[in-house]
Ligand binder design. Structure first.
Ligand SMILES: Nc1ncnc2c1ncn2[C@@H]1O[C@H](COP(=O)(O)OP(=O)(O)OP(=O)(O)O)[C@@H](O)[C@H]1O
Length: 232
């Protein structure tokens, strides 16, 4: 039996907005096996980023259970959560958030240096990862000399270089044209199949969401999960 990388039960999130309470997630249940991919779609304000932040231990649920790789992450203190993130999670955002004064390979090596690897080992692993995203020829370039699609590939390499079990991506192609967006999704699928990394990807693009295998529709605080029609 496959290991569950995500198990959420009766997840609720209520924001206090001045005098008002805003219930964003209302009893969300979600299970994802290691190696599965999930797209999360829903209208603006439906709670997609909120869900992603809770899965990423960057925000807490109001109540309910969140297990990532069998660990109840809501019960960890902040330092333990930071360690848990470093060990198990990778993040990709709409804007690449690369360090502009560092080269591609230095950006990708950064999480490994933070984990305590030597500069030599970190650089070696970063080069291998850049090769996997098809950018070995651009490894010495700084982000300013890369295209939008290339920068996002570097960001993906940086998210994956620590070999996380789960990568959380918030509109990873929101800043790219359609052609580049499709290439990034194809790359995510390729990496998923070779590395068995699970991905949860928030997107507003149903056509791209359809490429990932499973789609979770967030509506009125509830999550409905469907298998994709076609996995291209
Ligand atoms: N810190 C906060 N305090 C109060 N309300 C918040 C807070 N963060 C988010 N919200 C509200 O919670 C709801 C869900 O926000 P969230 O960012 O998760 O939606 P989303 O589906 O990711 O939206 P979008 O597609 O526009 O990025 C929104 O109505 C938002 O205004």
């Amino acid at each position: 039996m496959s290991e569950l990388v995500i198990k959420c039960q009766q997840l609720n999130k209520v924001y206090q907005d001045g005098e008002n309470q805003v219930a964003v997630l209302k009893g969300v249940n979600l299970s994802l096996e290691q190696g599965e991919m999930l797209a999360v779609v829903g209208s603006s304000g439906s709670g997609k980023s909120t869900l992603l932040h809770i899965l990423g231990t960057l925000d807490g649920a109001t109540d309910g259970k969140v297990e990532i790789k069998g660990k109840q992450v809501g019960k960890l203190n902040r330092k333990q959560q930071a360690n848990f993130r470093n060990e198990n999670l990778g993040f990709i955002y709409q804007f690449h958030h690369l360090l502009m004064e560092f080269t591609a390979v230095e950006n990708v090596a950064m999480p490994l240096l933070i984990k305590g690897l030597s500069a030599k080992d970190a650089t070696e692993k970063a080069r291998v990862m850049l090769d996997k995203v098809g950018l070995s020829h651009r490894s010495e370039h700084k982000p300013s000399a890369l295209s939008g699609g290339e920068r996002q590939r570097v960001a993906i390499a940086r998210a994956l270089v620590t070999e996380p079990a789960l990568v959380l991506a918030d509109e990873p192609t929101g800043n790219l044209d359609k052609q580049n967006a499709i290439k990034i999704y194809d790359l995510i699928k390729e990496l998923n199949s070779s590395l068995k990394t699970s991905f949860v990807v928030v997107t507003h693009d149903l056509e791209l969401a359809d490429k990932l295998g499973k789609i979770a529709y967030l509506d009125d605080g509830k999550l409905a999960i469907k298998e994709s029609q076609h996995v291209a």
